[in-house]
Design a protein around this ligand. Structure first.
Ligand code: PEP
Ligand code: MN
Length: 342
């Protein structure tokens, strides 16, 4: 339920409404816009039956929020949110590019890639140290050693770093090395992992599950925010369909749908969505046109030797070419690619 205050309602009126709600043991979440304040109420609203909040001073109207996700709901927070990952902003006005190898394979591979993606204009380095692989015999990642290389790359380049975490133990370790935790598609409904990421307070990149509806995805984000962590960025990375020409199908429509349903920023990952290098650039441009706040792109010094996801990884020149082209698309969408200064 949300209580919409009248434009310019005084702080005292907001305080009285909040106090009444809290006196019944319910939680209040304030969203203060330029003109209007919205008082979001989470919990069993039948507890409020003794109050007629509509008659309180400064109250304009009361609306029920029927969706099961509340704090990530745009009704609770009408302005789009900007999530800060260190000094990098993800949200309206900017196009944030996260790039790097699928997996951290060696110190040299990671540092070389970090330098190249920074030069091309990325601001966040990606690289998996815990790899959720379909086969247990495939390369599983360098774990803490890989995290150490991520931290070293961050110190050398000034890039922010994001790394996937696949267990509660990995969150504990990664939180000492990285700026942002990634929850991968396979773990989108690992509720204990989501709660732990929520408790960490570290920015979270939450990928959409392989077969998750948008409402399931937003409920997963609600698990994180309800633990007190509002620093969440969603990532559309393709869903399973009957089509086999691509690894998954990039659900471009999810981008404008999320913008209507939620205030959280959303980026697109055309690498995992397509699984094919040649389709990464066209779908990056399409995602920007659809309103994405950023992109995640896999880049490798020599994709033919990559230990995972080589066929979808861009070479350094291909990534530089894409970044060169993206500026104009971003400008048309009212955004700017914010490169890191050397
Ligand atoms: C990844 O980013 O390397 C990854 C495994 O992604 P997803 O969870 O989207 O498959
Ligand atoms: Mn990958």
């Amino acid at each position: 339920m949300i209580v919409i205050m009248k434009p310019g309602a005084p702080p005292e009126a907001v305080r009285q409404v909040s106090a009444a709600i809290e006196s019944k043991g319910l939680q209040v979440h304030l969203s203060e816009g330029k003109e209007v304040t919205i008082v979001g109420v989470v919990g069993d609203k039948s507890l409020l039956s003794g109050f007629n909040l509509e008659l309180f001073d400064g109250v304009d109207k009361i609306l029920a929020v029927t969706e099961s996700y509340k704090l990530v709901n745009r009704k609770f927070h009408p302005q789009p949110s900007t999530v800060m990952v260190g000094d990098v902003a993800i949200g309206p006005g900017s196009l944030t590019v996260m790039a790097g190898p699928c997996a951290v394979e060696s110190r040299e591979q990671l540092l070389e890639t970090a330098r190249a993606v920074k030069k091309a204009g990325a601001t966040i380095l990606r690289g998996g140290a815990y790899k959720p692989r379909t086969s247990p015999y495939s390369f599983q990642g360098l774990e803490e050693i890989g995290l150490g290389y991520m931290k070293e790359a961050r110190e050398e380049t000034g890039l922010r770093v994001v790394c996937e975490v696949t267990s509660e133990r990995a969150i504990e370790t990664a939180s000492r090395y990285v700026d942002m935790l990634q929850i991968g598609a396979r773990n989108m409904q690992n509720f204990e992992l989501l709660k732990e990421a929520g408790k960490s307070g570290i920015p979270v990149l939450l990928k959409r599950g392989l077969a998750a509806t948008i409402d399931e995805w937003l409920n997963a984000a609600e698990y994180i925010i309800s633990e007190g962590n509002p620093h969440i960025v969603l990532c559309e990375r393709g869903i399973r369909t009957f089509e086999t020409s691509t690894r998954n199908t990039l659900d471009l429509s999810a981008i404008p749908v999320i913008k209507v349903k939620s205030h959280l920023p959303i980026i697109a990952d055309p690498s995992h969505a397509t699984g094919v290098r040649d389709y990464v650039a066209p779908l990056s441009k399409a995602a920007v046109a659809a309103g994405a706040d950023g992109l995640m792109v896999e880049v490798h010094p020599d994709p033919s030797k990559a230990l995972s996801d080589g066929p979808q990884s861009l070479t350094f020149p291909a990534f530089e070419g894409l970044m060169g082209e993206l500026g104009d698309y971003a400008a048309l969408a009212g955004r700017e690619i914010q490169a890191k200064r050397p």
